[in-house]
Design a protein around this ligand. Sequence first.
Ligand code: ZN
Length: 327
Amino acid sequence: MSTLGIRPYSRGLNDLGAGNWAWLQPDGSWGWSNAGLVVDGDASLLVDTLFDLQLTGEMLSAMRANVPAARAIGRLVNTHSNGDHCNGNELVAGAEIIASAACAEEMAHENPAGMVAMQQGAAKMGDLGEFFLHCFGAFEFRGITQTLPTRTFDDALTLHVGDKRVELNCVGPAHTRGDVLVHVVDDGVVYTGDILFIEGHPIMWAGPVSNWLRACDAIIAMAPQQVVPGHGPITDVRGVRAVRDYLEYIRDEARARYDSGMSATDAAFDINLSDYSSWGDSERIAVNVATLYREFAGDTSAPNVPELFGLMTRIWKDRRSASRRPA
Ligand SMILES: [Zn+2]
């Protein structure tokens, strides 16, 4: 994996130079997201908050202690609507909160209270509950006051953080409906949100895959020096190409099975992921194949999230017991 241009992956604040910072949360699995901070003079821009208030609070304290401009964060960008990128928004409630219009719309339908109910009921939910706690058991969803964006844009928005030009580009729908890339143009830094998972399987809730491939191409065209993914270690264009290759691979593998009449569920079990065996969370193939199948069929309906969590649970259990079997 050294070919992916991956940097040392340590929890906490990572200095990218020239007023750009990344907050990393190894191992980048379910809910363990990255965030970013861009500063110039007294001006600051936070890229995403974290999954719960404690994690976000720890991050903000470390930023304030190390970066004077972070003591009063003026603006926050949410790269997309998933809770691991916005549940901590209330802790920077004085800031302008910026997102794509599609993200803001989607975020309004996400509800941290639903996660509390799932956590409380998980013990009685068998395998599904076990998988839910594997993904989300480490986080505290109680007490979160959902705090929505205060400013939205459709396709692109240019911000100035001090003298720095920061370009926001909406590249969704792909991972979610309103994914945004944050490009600090003069510093060669891109914060990608969940358009990139590095060393973990991407999860395509929305699609179409062509948008996600275009998003990868857009990042590569920026010729960045440093790329901060939504999950996983900091990388460069090599990491972007790896995700692009993965998406093309599963698109083609899913298409062949769709054309042969195989069901999406069977395809999710059947596709060989051995080239990606070092990447985490391979059960996400279930969501990716389901989204691809809907796309192939011209079906624009939303993903069936409970059903897909059920299928991911089956794949996760299967692979876990296979990996525990003596060779
Ligand atoms: Zn995420």
